[in-house]
Each structure stands twice: as C-alpha cells, then as structure tokens.
Design a protein around this ligand. Structure first.
Ligand SMILES: C[S@@+](CC[C@H](N)C(=O)[O-])C[C@H]1O[C@@H](n2cnc3c(N)ncnc32)[C@H](O)[C@@H]1O
Length: 320
C-alpha cells in the first residue's frame, strides 16, 4: 500500500521505524498498544510482522484515527482504534478487559496530517484560525482562546519555556497590546507576522522566526507535557514480563521527563537532594535498552527533515 501523502505531497514516513520495530520485537505476537496512532505507519509495521499480533491504537485526533483505521482495514479485528487520550491508558485497558501488553509505543508530538492541515492552525504556512487542538471535537481552549485569556506574563512564560524563544517577552507584550486595542490575534498569519516583526531582521536564520512560538502554543493548547510521568508508570505496570516500551520525543522537555522516569523505573534514584533516603519512588521494574537516546541517521533526516529532533528511548519489563 502506498504511504499516505502529507498536505505538501510529501509521503508520510514513520520516524525511526526500523529501530522501533527492533526494540518492540512484535514478531513474537501478542497485544501491542500504539498510544499515538497518527496515520498508522508504526501500527501497520507492527501488524505486518506476525499474524499473532494485535494492536490497540489510541489517538485523540478523530481525523487521524479515521485515516489510520482506513489504512489498517486489511488487518480486520487485529486493529482496534480508540479515540482517547493515552494518559487514560490504564482505565481504557480495564474497560476493554485487557490486563497486559507485550509492547507499548508512544510517538509523541504532532502528526503530518495535523501539521499539513490548511485549516487547523498548526502551521503558519497556511492562513487559518489559530486553533491547534489535536482533539478538534474536544472542548479545550484553542490557541486564540489562550492568547485572549492568559496574562502577558503567562504568554511570555509559555513561549520562553516551550519554545525557547528569546523574544518571548516582546512577543507577549505585543499580543496583549493587540487585544487591548480590540484587535486580538486570532489567525496564523497575524501571529506569524507579529512574531517576525518582534524578532526583527536576523542573519543566517535556519528556521522561520515564528517556528518556536507556534511550537510553544501547540504544546500549551494540548497540555503535551502534563501527565507524562504518571503515563510512563502506568505503561510499565501494564507490560508483561519481557514486554517493551518505546517512546519517541521531539522536544527536550519531553525527553527529559522520559529519561528521568525510565531511569527511576530502572531503579536509579532521581532524588534531587540526596539525603540518604530515597523518596522519588525508584524501583527496579525495567531494564533500559537504550543508555543514550537513539536518533535518526543522516539519511532519515535528509528524507524526512521532521525527524531531525527525534529521540527514541526503550526499556524491557523485568520479572516481578
Ligand atoms: C507523531 S504523530 C504519530 C505518527 C504515527 N506514529 C504514524 O506512524 O503515523 C503523534 C500523534 O499522537 C497524537 N497524540 C498526541 N498526544 C496524544 C495524547 N495525549 N493522547 C492521544 N493521542 C495523542 C496526535 O494527535 C498525533 O496524531
């Protein structure tokens, strides 16, 4: 089957696919959870490895889930789509009567379907309402809502922390000035123009000046960093002995949480202040399969520039 096309005609390529399959090892069969089904590329590869493999695929984006379900129709009952937030994984598994999984994958962040959408506001390449919600049917605030509601300090903090944007204060100030003048920023083009003006002319800039601000707002709208630590703990508890967990992050804050949690669950104390008494809950539940994160090679980055910031970490559940 041909790979689905992204909005710009670029084929959608699952990131670090070979490495993901090697670590998950789905040939042995069993139940695998794809927590971020997206366009279904990783799920498809998992299902192709063995007739004895099933996948439950979560996504909070109904549009993505529908596209993936269509792509994976040929696997029949072996693929089960669930429209949900993966942070609810334990509750949903219980609801489905499933107790354990042989492997769990989380390929975090935004999908090409979202990024290449001309109407959902994820990219400044298209003029659209500033929405950015992955769950477009949900009742969470859009990016435009946040820019209308939050204080100047909160907007600056989001843009600085999640976007590492050094002009965050000026950008936040101008956003708030606009809304005070009765012309709030509500479209991608208005925001991209404002950020470009705030950043001024810059020599040798590799990325568009609005890239960091858009990333930061997307993370805030979708609360992407919230609940990740408890999610890892839930996943590890769901894994059967020798079951695998693979996580791919695209943002340093996301990867930092994953690194810390996986080390903690491998029994390495993560307490900041060593008092001799560990209170971070370190326990030896998994063996780390990646001492350092695995990153895409130059060929993958050349073929798929969006893979450039990907970091993969993996672990294996120990016998309890
Ligand atoms: C990078 S894409 C996954 C791409 C996928 N691995 C593939 O091969 O096509 C990430 C997907 O995860 C979804 N997502 C992000 N956070 C989520 C969450 N908390 N719960 C459920 N889905 C989430 C997004 O909607 C998006 O479709």
């Amino acid at each position: 089957m041909a790979a689905p096309l992204g909005g710009m005609g670029a084929p959608h390529r699952p990131v670090l696919l070979r490495e993901t399959i090697e670590f998950l090892n789905p040939e042995r069969g069993g139940l695998f959870l794809d927590c971020t089904v997206g366009l279904g590329g990783h799920s498809e590869a998992i299902l192709e490895t063995s007739e004895a493999t099933r996948v439950i695929g979560f996504d909070r984006d109904e549009q993505a889930l529908a596209a993936a379900t269509q792509r994976l129709l040929r696997f029949g009952q072996r693929f089960h789509p669930v429209h949900a937030d993966f942070r609810e994984v334990l509750r949903i598994m219980q609801g489905l009567g499933e107790e354990q999984a042989a492997g769990v994958l989380a390929d975090l962040g935004v999908s090409s379907l979202q990024f290449d959408s001309e109407t959902r506001g994820f990219s400044f390449r298209f003029d659209a309402p500033l929405d950015m919600r992955m769950d477009a049917a949900g009742d969470e605030d859009t990016a435009a809502d946040l820019l209308k509601r939050l204080s100047e300090e909160e907007i600056a903090r989001i843009i600085f922390e999640y976007g590492e944007e050094r002009n965050s204060r000026r950008i936040a100030k101008w956003i708030v000035e606009h809304r005070e003048q009765g012309t709030p920023i509500t479209t991608t083009k208005a925001l991209a123009d404002l950020v470009a003006r705030a950043a001024g002319k810059q020599k040798h800039q590799r990325i568009h000046p609005a890239t960091r601000t858009f990333q930061a707002l997307r993370i805030a709208v979708n609360r992407e960093l919230e609940g990740l630590a408890p999610f890892v703990e839930q996943v590890v508890d769901l894994l059967e002995t020798d079951g695998r967990f693979v996580v791919i992050s695209f943002h340093s804050l996301e990867d930092r949480i994953m690194k810390r949690e996986l080390r903690r669950l491998a029994g390495q104390c993560q307490c900041q202040h060593r008092t001799g008494v560990c209170n971070c809950g370190a326990r030896r539940a998994v063996e780390l399969l990646t001492k350092r994160p695995v990153t895409p090679d130059e060929f993958e980055v050349e073929a798929n520039p969006r893979a450039r910031s990907a970091k993969l970490r993996a672990c294996r559940k120990l016998a309890v």
